[in-house]
Design a binder for this molecule. Structure first.
Ligand SMILES: Nc1nc2c(c(=O)[nH]1)N[C@H]1C(S)=C(S)[C@@H](COP(=O)(O)OP(=O)(O)OC[C@H]3O[C@@H](n4cnc5c(N)ncnc54)[C@H](O)[C@@H]3O)O[C@H]1N2
Ligand code: MOO
Length: 410
């Protein structure tokens, strides 16, 4: 067990904890080929180079007429020698004439300029142009979008709709992607019951399961669960051992703090090792990381907002790296604090904030409650505002804001 601050009483910084997690994440190697329609959200396993140009030939950007620029003269009436609809082959232009064509029509060989139809007047069988166009006007050159041999998408990219469109544009029908990860979700706690069941005194509904499976589904992971795990050392060890046999990563919620009903830490140490415990973050302090029988393990604190924040800020980058993604850290944006707080905290804080636009300046203010047991404030919030350790907040301070839309919490 290297570098574990586990029992030293000292909290490890967020940055060093995150670095430790990312360094420890092994990217999956197995790939599979999927059809383009099935590839949304999957992680590309190989660079894709284009074997053709897009567009494949010069074509018109407008409905109008193609001419050779050298033939243009003020007031000249051009005979219309050919009509080329998009998708149909064009003959070479007869010099001195105009070719009727449409947006996307191939430019006939010898033509080099397109005049849009709004700038043309029909004169009997011919056409006269208003003003003098410039050579090359309204022509989309072959390869304007993509050239043969261009690398269009890099391995390690999560495929978004626009990636699928670009792949289709170069004729790719299927792609090699990394296999999906299976994540075991363990929710510990004798107090937990599932929605749909009665909730007698002393019990609460298991919300973390749904937050976690939602977040994992946004990452394209499959979920395995043993169900709610009772607060005993035996049940905890049994669930962890089972999970290790099923999943690429085990994520638990709860039971990771210091009470005698918190069995996660000792169970992980009994079956494997704990490499990190407790970070200087709020919420989410008792976060744990280790391995169970060789399967990586991330233990999230039980409080529902701690689960959301620690998953997004720590488990998510870890999972992205495991999935083969290159850019695993979320982008943040500078906003101004729309509030004051005279006291700085000893932990880096991830505040659920609402962002408002005040005459073009973005101001972030905390959603109603920041208690880690309150999840409803995350529903009101637009994302997380990062307040560094010991920072006293003054109205107008520039701070990093990570929108939920940036990190899959949408
Ligand atoms: N003496 C100390 N007590 C606590 C400390 C500490 O340093 N010293 N740390 C606190 C902090 S910070 C956190 S965060 C929590 C985390 O505790 P656990 O990870 O052991 O979580 P639990 O005690 O099991 O649960 C905490 C809280 O969350 C509720 N919960 C748990 N699971 C679910 C679920 N699946 N769905 C909904 N709600 C859930 C649970 O009922 C508790 O209320 O420890 C503090 N204590
Ligand atoms: O660290 Mo805990 O998540 O604040 O309540």
């Amino acid at each position: 067990m290297s570098g574990c601050s586990c029992d030293s009483g000292k909290l490890q910084s967020f940055e060093s904890g995150l670095e430790q997690l990312i360094n420890a994440a092994n990217s999956v190697q197995e790939t599979e080929v999927v059809e383009l329609q099935e590839a949304l959200g999957r992680v590309l396993a190989r660079d894709i180079h284009s074997t053709l140009s897009v567009p494949p030939a010069d074509n018109s950007a407008m409905d109008g007429y193609a001419v050779c620029a050298k033939d243009l003269e003020e007031g000249k009436v051009f005979q219309i020698s050919q009509r080329v609809a998009a998708g149909h082959a064009a003959d070479a232009i007869q010099r001195g004439t105009a070719v009727r064509l449409f947006t996307g029509s191939e430019i006939p060989h010898g033509a080099d300029t397109v005049i849009m139809q709004e700038e043309a007047q029909l004169e009997g069988e011919g056409v006269r142009f208003v003003g003098l166009p410039h050579k090359g006007d309204n022509i989309r050159k072959a390869g304007q979008d993509i050239n043969i041999g261009d690398k269009v998408i890099t391995q390690g990219t999560i495929l978004a709709p626009q990636h699928l469109g670009v792949l289709a544009s170069i004729g790719v029908a299927d792609v090699s992607v990394y296999r999906r990860l299976c994540v075991a979700v363990l929710n510990t706690g004798d107090e937990l019951v599932m929605p749909g069941m009665p909730c007698p005194q002393g019990k609460i509904y298991n919300s973390n399961f749904f937050t976690l499976t939602g977040l994992l589904s946004r990452l394209g992971c499959e979920v395995w669960t043993p169900g709610i795990v009772k607060d005993t050392p035996e049940a905890t060890q049994q669930a962890l051992a089972q999970a290790a046999g099923h999943a690429d990563l085990i994520i638990s919620s709860g039971g990771v703090s210091v009470g005698e009903e918190d069995h996660i830490k000792s169970a992980v140490e009994a079956l494997g090792s704990l490499n990190l415990w407790r970070l200087a973050i709020k919420p989410g302090k008792p976060l744990a990381f280790g391995e169970v029988k060789g399967t990586p393990f991330i233990g999230l604190p039980g409080n529902p907002s701690s689960v959301l924040v620690t998953f997004l800020m720590l488990a998510r980058p870890y999972l992205l790296k495991m999935q083969g993604v290159h850019h695993v850290l979320p982008r943040h944006y500078q906003v101004q604090a729309g509030f004051d707080r005279s006291k700085g905290g000893s932990r880096k804080e991830f505040v659920r904030v609402i962002v408002r636009n005040d005459n073009g300046t973005l101001f972030a203010a905390p959603a109603h409650s920041q208690s880690s047991g309150v999840l409803s404030s995350a529903v009101m919030a637009d994302g997380l505002l990062v307040i560094p350790e010991h920072h006293r907040v003054s109205h107008g301070d520039r701070l990093a804001f990570i929108p939920f839309s940036e990190i899959g919490a949408v």
